[in-house]
Structure formats: structure tokens, C-alpha cells
Design a protein around this ligand. Sequence first.
Ligand SMILES: Cc1ncc(COP(=O)(O)O)c(C=O)c1O
Length: 451
Amino acid sequence: MTGTQEWQALDARHHLHPFTNHGELAQKGSRIIVKGEGCYLIDSEGRRIIDGMAGLWCVNLGYSEHRLVEAATRQMAVLPYYNTFFQCATPPAIELAAAIAEVTPAGLDRIFFTNSGSEANDTAIKLVWFYWNLMGQPEKKIMISREFGYHGVTLAAASLSGQWPMHPQHDLPLARFTHVGAPYWYGQGGELSPEAFALQAAGELEAKILALGPERVGAFIGEPIQGSGGVIIPPPGYWAEIQRICRKYDVLLIADEVICGFGRTGRWFGSDTFAIQPDLMTMAKGLSSGYQPIAALAIGPRVGEALVGSGQEWFHGYTYSGHPVAAAVALATIRVLRDDRLIERANGPISRYFADALASLADHPLVGETRSCGLIGAVELVEDQAARRHFAPARKVGLMCRDHCIEQGLVMRAIRDIMVLSPPLIITEAEIDEIVTKARAAFDLTLRDLG
Ligand SMILES: Cc1ncc(COP(=O)(O)O)c(C=O)c1O
């Protein structure tokens, strides 16, 4: 049997990881995860680790949902693959499209399948450009997104992303992509109230549209809550103002629901939580609870009718668009979310328990703010609580704390010095207590290391 050291050696020799410094990883050796059980991971040394991140913000039903395993097994036996090109479809793809249309906000009734969130966002961009071509406005193509936004890694999705270190290695962003600031009140709001800062941050979009010329701006894209940018929850009023600006200047609005979708914020979509009415919506992750790679773009009536009525073939699609096994698993995921009332749960007592548990950490000397919405949350580690001042980035306080979390048996991710959580929606009160106890111990060790 292969053991940890052999796996680590093979991994270092042959396997390239996403977003990784490979020299550093080869020195350290990867952590090999061999099993999942409910909200827990088990590594190759037999250690049980509570997964406060639901994998990568996706395993919303936890690691032991037999109804998803059965859906996959059943579909594998009947029809493991067929494509949706050449005027064909499969029952799972059709039924999943209808099920998604039922849970998305009104009008987002046409669904196109991809394999990843990046591809869903790429597809949205292509459709925006095709739409404005069809409308006879070929100049209206500039995409506006935000600092701290993350929309994926394909050339276009990485261009949308506003995490600056992603750009120079690949000569990005491409032409036609530009960015505005984020509604990050805690880090950037200064003396303004959250509400005043919301209007200022949204106002940056209006200023950018006016500077570029509304006739050149095709769409604005944003995550309802910016997840991998640091769980940035927009202050009240932000999204209403963004919506007003997009309407005023006839700019299409795209909601990237890859993290927020399927119950994470306590409603089906972040767009429901923040009353956003997007023209296009991308989703992935929670769609299949991470059990299969599948993502989708939901298209509203304006763009949908233009596409369907264009009389043209749309030259776009993936071999695995609407893969029947992935679609069957996603369909089963939506059924479980409904049958077990998990979205109501994420909007009810468990989300309050989660918020209170995070808030209980606020008395720690390192903690500047705790915040959450549904079952996504963050804890800001700061040097000066009163001034909302972070540590110098070179001190890598977040990474130090993340390593202590792992030593305690907790997966909590560090984004800069923001410790974030996005646990499975099935998490229990006792498991939330365990997360918070382990997080506090990790904060104590971090404080000790900082001297
Ligand atoms: C908001 C958001 N959009 C898009 C993506 C990209 O999705 P994928 O990694 O499936 O390409 C992610 C991934 O984390 C995401 O968080």
C-alpha cells in the first residue's frame, strides 16, 4: 500500500497544483486527503479535520450524501455519456435545466451548461458580446468588474478577476476589461458609515461608465458577496445602487453566483438575498455540492430572446456541456436541498448560531471584525482594532493562523489576514462550536508567534 511519503514524493515529481508555489510545496510535502465523512476530512495519517470551507466553498451537503452517490451510480449504468450537440439532449440535462429555471429569480429561464465557474463566466462574456453585435452596437463590449473579485482562470475570467497578482504572469487583463473598487467597508471605508461607503463604492461604477462612454460598456459583473476576495459583504444599499446605474446606462448586469448560489447566503441565490435582478447569472460549486464538475449560465429574457431569435447557430459549447452523470448529481442535489429544507435552515437558527459563534471571537486581541451572511463568514485579524489597521502583508499573519488552524484539526482559509469560513450547509451547532474553539486556539498561537 502506498503511504504518505510515497504519495508526497510522486505528487512533488508529477502533479502540478492550482495556485501553488511548487518549490515550496515540494519542500513541505502535500497533505494527502483520503476520505470524507459528513463535515470531516481524514488525511493519510488518519487525522480528522473539520472542514470549515466545504472543500472549496462547494461541498454543501457534506461528504457522505448517499443520495448523490446513488444518482451518479444509476446514471452511470444507464447512460454514462452523451453530448448535447447535434440537436440531442439527455433527460438529466433537460430536467436539470428546468429545475434550475425553477429556483433562479424570475425570467432567468434558459440554462447553458459548462464544467466550471470559469467557463460559465467565459460563456457569459461571449454572450454579452454576441448580444451587442445582434443589437447593432458592436462598440458596446467593455466588461467592468471589481477589485478583490474572483471569476476564474480562463483568459477572460482571469481578466475579470480583480486580484492583481493573477495578472502579470499571463499579460492580463485582455483588452476590453476594466475594474472598479469593491464595497469593502471594513478595509477601505475609512470614516464613512457603511451606508455612505456603499454609495461611494457603487458610484465608482457610474464614474467609470461615464469616463468610458456608456455606448462602449457592455456589462458589469459581480459576486453578490465577494468570496475569495475575503468574504466582502456589501453594506446596505450597495446592490440597489449598482442595479440603478446598470439600468440607467443600459449596461447588462451579471451576477456571479458560483459561491453564493444554492443556499450559501440563506436563500437560493445571493441575488435573492440582495434583491439583484441580473440579466445573466453564473453558478457552479453548490450546484452539485462539488460531487461532480458542473456549472451553468442562466440567461434572462432580454439576452435569451435575442439569442434564440437570432436565426444563427451559436458557435459555442463544450464536449461535456450537460454531462448526464454530472446533471443527474446536480438534480439530486437540488432535490436534497429541497427535501431537507437546507436553504431555510441556512436562513434560520443555524445561521444565527454561526453568526453568534463568530461574534464570540470578537473579544480576542487579534480580531477586528466578525461578519457573516447565511453560512459564509469571516474574521478580520488586525494589528490595531480601533484604527481597523491590518498587519504589514510581509508578516503573513493570515497564513500563520491558517497553519495553526490545520494543526488544531480545522480547515479555515486565510485571504490576506482575513480568516474565512463556508462550512457545509448540514453543519450542526456542536460542529460550529468545535470550529470556533479550534479557531480561538489558533488565534492564541498566532498571537504568541507575533510576540
Ligand atoms: C465567484 C467565483 N467565480 C468563478 C469561480 C471559478 O470557478 P472554477 O474554479 O470552477 O472555474 C470561482 C472559484 O472559486 C468563484 O469563487
